[in-house]
Design a protein around this ligand. Structure first.
Ligand SMILES: [Fe+2]
Ligand SMILES: [Fe+2]
Length: 210
């Protein structure tokens, strides 16, 4: 998924020939799906921030709120680059993932590390949905020779990947340990934690076992 700096800053006209094709329509549908998804995530992040126990996680959610605002604007540029109107299409997948995150707030006690450990996993489910979606959209944009769109989408893809890694770092720096301590202090067996100290696998080895 290479970036093509030569195509930055210009409109894509080469798609005209393929605009009626099913692949282009699928690509456009995917953009609309993500435009809806990003706006839905924008509404969810302040609730997740308000529910978080630690300042570290609150800051992470606040930072990602700012990043997500930029991603909405960037998607508008993608639509513009292919002469399409920016509009969202209801995405049941993100609605479900966000709903699951909100249920965590109900199911965990305020002020606990257990809540933060669970909120991080909920947030990572959102990020992974976005990573899969943007990864596919970048590939489709390249296939359709929409270089400007591909570059813009690649930037967002990298931001989502970075957010995912940042969340793993926060979980592993102390939240999962301290959540496990809460389990020892509590007879409740709602959650079971195991810490995997294999530092070699620094990608997504957040080891909360639900
Ligand atoms: Fe996003
Ligand atoms: Fe995101």
């Amino acid at each position: 998924m290479s970036q093509n700096s030569e195509t930055s800053g210009r409109k894509d006209y080469s798609h005209e020939a393929t605009k009626d094709g099913p692949l282009y329509k699928f690509f456009l549908d995917g953009l609309k799906d993500m435009y809806f998804a990003e706006k839905h995530i924008l509404e969810a992040l302040p609730k997740m921030k308000a529910a978080a126990t630690t300042e570290e996680l609150q800051d992470a959610f606040e930072d990602h709120h700012l990043v997500t605002q930029k991603q909405v604007s960037r998607l508008e540029k993608v639509f513009k680059s292919i002469d399409e109107k920016a509009e969202g299409k209801k995405c049941e997948a993100i609605i479900g993932i966000v709903k699951e995150g909100e249920s965590i707030i109900q199911d965990t006690d305020e002020g606990t590390m257990t809540r933060d450990a669970a909120l991080i996993i909920a947030a990572q489910k959102v990020e992974h949905y976005e990573i899969a979606s943007y990864g596919g959209l970048v590939a489709l944009a390249e296939t359709l020779d929409l270089g400007r769109a591909a570059d813009l989408l690649q930037t967002t893809l990298e931001e989502e990947e970075e957010t995912d890694l940042d969340l793993t770092d926060i979980a592993e720096s102390f939240i999962n340990f301290r959540a496990a301590d809460e389990d020892e202090d509590d007879d409740s067996e709602d959650y079971e934690y195991e810490y995997d100290d294999d530092d070699d696998d620094d990608y997504n080895n957040n080891s909360l076992v639900l």
